[in-house]
Design a protein around this ligand. Structure first.
Ligand SMILES: O=C(O)CCC(=O)C(=O)O
Ligand SMILES: [Fe+2]
Length: 218
């Protein structure tokens, strides 16, 4: 059923260099969820503090050479997980392969992600409008995979005041943004209560990013 649903929704351009691929991960969802479970044993999901002092509604973890971190001082990519003091777990090949394939489908043939940020949303969790700009490597796209319950993704332009489109993201969807859209503003509306047979009441989002070597703390 789900595959049929995905095939009815079509690939769509969201902006110059930005594309939505419905159902892209179909057939890989159990492998992705298995990888997330293993990663979370080594680097648990946690809710981070943001510079204003608030706590994010989304819980997150990372894998790869570095992971995205936030605290009172700001945002950065760090080679070590501040919670465990250990290096982030390495990026599973199955995840890297799917991300590279998605990038290729969107016209980014050379994509080599160094980091994958995994967000876990419960009902009501949200992500305010922001740009992904801590990577120091804006030539490479961001590849995003959605697993579990649906979300409403807001996708705007590179200027804050540009019009925002709301895109429904379902289990298995990929969104890739790069090139002229690399710094597009985006966010997630508060998640509505829902159920997915593989994740229950949760949504996972994985974003794969190329990070410039001199950008992350060792
Ligand atoms: O959850 C999503 O779909 C978007 C996540 C996001 O924008 C981010 O982690 O920077
Ligand atoms: Fe983002």
């Amino acid at each position: 059923m789900e595959d049929l649903f995905a095939s009815l929704r079509e690939r769509r351009t969201l902006g110059d260099g930005a594309v939505h691929l419905p159902g892209f991960t179909t057939g890989h969802d159990r492998a992705i969820l298995g990888a997330i479970a293993t990663l979370a044993e080594q680097a648990p999901f946690r809710r981070m503090t943001v510079p204003g002092g608030g706590v994010m509604s989304v819980a997150l973890t990372s894998c790869g050479d570095c992971g995205w971190c936030s605290d009172e001082r700001g945002y950065c990519y760090a080679a070590k997980d501040p919670l465990t003091g250990r290096s982030w777990p390495s990026m599973p090949n199955v995840l890297k392969g799917i991300a590279k394939d998605a990038a290729q489908q969107a016209g980014y043939d050379e994509f080599e992600p160094q980091s994958c940020l995994i967000n876990r949303y419960e009902t009501g969790a949200r992500m305010g409008m922001h740009q992904d700009k801590d990577e120091g490597c804006l030539e490479a796209p961001v590849v995003s995979l959605s697993i579990g319950i649906p979300a409403r993704f807001m996708f705007g332009g590179v200027e804050r005041e540009q019009a925002v489109e709301v895109v429904d993201l379902y289990h298995g969807d990929a969104v890739i943004w790069g090139g002229p859209s690399r710094l597009a503003w985006h966010g997630i509306k508060p998640l509505r209560s829902a159920f997915h047979p593989l994740t229950g009441a949760l949504r996972y989002n994985l974003t794969f990013r190329a990070i410039a070597e001199d950008t992350f703390r060792s």
